[in-house]
Design a protein around this ligand. Sequence first.
Ligand SMILES: [Zn+2]
Ligand SMILES: [Zn+2]
Length: 264
Amino acid sequence: MEQLLVWTRARSISEAIAYSLVVNVLMFFAALAFGGAVVRAFPNARVAHQGPPLSRTELVLASLCVTFNSLVMFAGWWLFQAGLLRVDGAPFGWRWMVDAVLLVLVMDIAMYATHRVAHFSPIYRFVHEIHHRYDQPRPLTLFVLHPIEVCGFGGLWIAVLCTHAFSLGGMLLYLTTNTLFGTLGHVGVEPLPEWWARVPILRGIGTSTFHARHHQNPTTNFGFYTAIWDRLFTTIDPHYASNFARLVASAERHAAQGCVEANE
Ligand SMILES: [Zn+2]
Ligand SMILES: [Zn+2]
């Protein structure tokens, strides 16, 4: 890890830009491949209807998201070179896990708070509403965001990293967790068993149903990795546990038919 940090620090500006782009393009396709595999593996576990054919707007926004994510990564590299963002090259060990858990917890509360702010008008109207146009999420929806929102998340991530010298291994574990949760939140199918949301501790972990419900009813389920803050601040979908892993097409249908709908 220490050698990787030395190598990273030695890159030129053009090399740093090129590597940032390559890494983000690879992560984009890896997330789509993983999400597509989950969708194909659970064809009868839909928690959102299949969306319409991909639109040009979705493809443009997703391309912009990858571009801006690359710029955020480049900004992180620049801060690292300038000595403003310190990274620990600790070898594989407990430190990685501790840092990854810490980063998930810190980012979880920070993202819950900023996500709720993003739902205030006019921020919602001009920024976050774009993501919510897609109430039938699919793996690509994870990347269908306003560029301001991409920079907002990236800025938050870099701000957290500047507070402490986290281990590179812990940071990579966090980024993998973030991509996994983000992808699973937008696959539109629920790979987990129906009893999951009724088991203490497990029900506190964010799921595909959890975020799909946010797309269908944007007044609930603001969390990403956990449902802790939604439970604490009473923004959790009251029917989340009873409707877990069941098909819910839209908030209107949900409200009209009550808690439980049959699988289709
Ligand atoms: Zn979403
Ligand atoms: Zn939202």
